[in-house]
Design a protein around this ligand. Structure first.
Ligand code: DGY
Length: 320
């Protein structure tokens, strides 16, 4: 019998994923589910042929240089790969894959939750009722912002951006977007293309970020860009924390320029930002955009599909 490849699964993936992985591979599973340091990753790389990491494990250029030659493939359990220095890993001959498509709807759902929550002041309302201090009602009480008929600006019209646009159409929103390339009409589905972010911001009563974190997109939403939004805009980020300058966001919220924000991602993760927590007009979730049973299974299976192709001598479908 040929020896089965050894796979390190760095976090507690779904039960179905772990069962399939154990069926097909020799698996080393991090049952404690804690974070692994650079040294842990380097050490483990000498014992395995493949790693299935999450975005919580960092493969910097330094780590890539120190990885053991035994490691052949990093099959990410994530669509985002900003935790991987791709050129450095490629230079070491290590294949890298991700899990696109399967998490688009779940992520779009959380973006919708945050957009509605920020627009209709869900944090404030929930806190008030929960505290037992709700002792007043008036037609002018807790008035929010309506989605229906409003203009939604999307930065990054990839799979998640398109899934979010589909859901927003159900709220009769007018969709505008910025993308590096204009989409073909069947994918645009009536959405209005803007050739620059600056052009998009001025029409974004609601703005949602769906682009990857790269050196070019770090701090994309800074003070100057917040100033370009219509007064009382709502900003949603379910992509990556570094896209937003958090200090500039707080200033825009406190000045009243921005009505509210919905965030699933933060510059510091895990943990978030205590200054953001002071703002009742921000609805926050702890980076759980793809955290549904259906999507976690699909992500795990997609990562395993990539491993299966690789070890069968084929090109994995999601090879980067
Ligand atoms: C992703 O897939 O990139 C999500 O952020 C979860 O890791």
């Amino acid at each position: 019998m040929t020896k089965r490849p050894v796979v390190w699964i760095t976090r507690k993936l779904s039960d179905a994923t772990l069962a399939r992985a154990a069926r097909d591979y020799e698996v080393i599973i991090n049952h404690e589910d804690g974070l692994s340091s650079a040294d842990d990753i380097v050490q483990m790389s000498a014992q395995v042929d493949a790693i299935i990491p999450c975005h919580s494990e960092h493969f910097s250029a330094d780590v890539a240089a120190r990885l053991d030659p035994r490691l052949k493939i990093i099959a990410n359990h994530s669509v985002g790969v900003d935790h991987c220095d791709l050129p450095a890993l490629k230079a070491r001959g290590i294949a890298v894959t991700n899990t696109p498509d399967v998490l688009s709807d779940a992520t779009a759902e959380i973006a919708m939750l945050l957009m509605l929550g920020a627009a209709r002041r869900a944090v404030e309302g929930d806190t008030l009722v929960r505290s037992g201090n709700w002792d007043f009602w008036s037609p002018s009480f807790m008035v929010g912002k309506q989605l229906t008929g409003a203009r939604l600006g999307i930065i990054g019209m990839g799979r998640v951006g398109q899934a979010f646009a589909r859901k927003a159409r159900g709220f009769d929103m007018e969709i505008h977007y910025f993308n590096r390339q204009q989409l073909p009409p069947e994918k645009e589905n009536g959405a209005i293309f803007h050739a620059s972010i600056d052009s998009l911001l001025g029409v974004s009563d609601f703005l949602s970020l769906h682009c990857p974190a790269t050196p070019e997109t770090t701090g994309l939403m800074n003070a100057a860009r917040f100033a370009q939004l219509p007064d009382g805009a709502v900003v949603v980020n379910t992509a990556r924390g570094p896209l937003i300058d958090e200090a500039a966001l707080i200033e825009a919220l406190q000045s009243g320029k921005i009505h509210g924000a919905g965030l699933d991602c933060f510059v510091t993760e895990p943990g978030g930002n205590p200054a953001l927590s002071q703002c009742q007009n921000i609805m926050m979730m702890p980076h759980v955009g793809s955290a549904t049973i259906k999507t976690r299974d699909a992500m795990g299976f997609r990562a395993l599909d990539n491993l299966d192709s690789f070890f069968a001598g084929n090109r994995p479908g999601d090879l980067l």
